[in-house]
Design a binder for this molecule. Sequence first.
Ligand SMILES: [Zn+2]
Ligand SMILES: [Zn+2]
Length: 61
Amino acid sequence: MECTKCGRELKDKKSKERGYGPVCWEKEKECPHCGGEMNVDMSDGPVTANCDDCGYERVLF
Ligand SMILES: [Zn+2]
Ligand SMILES: [Zn+2]
């Protein structure tokens, strides 16, 4: 399995679960509007990330 963003091979279990390597995951979590860290909701259905500070929301996968 490879990272969704950069295509590098994912080695640890956690990275495989989310489909991103640790570095790319940090970038995915960063809000493009205000630069804050977004909360990621992985409960069920599509994984969404939302920012408490500015209200920005996006679907990750
Ligand atoms: Zn990556
Ligand atoms: Zn934000």
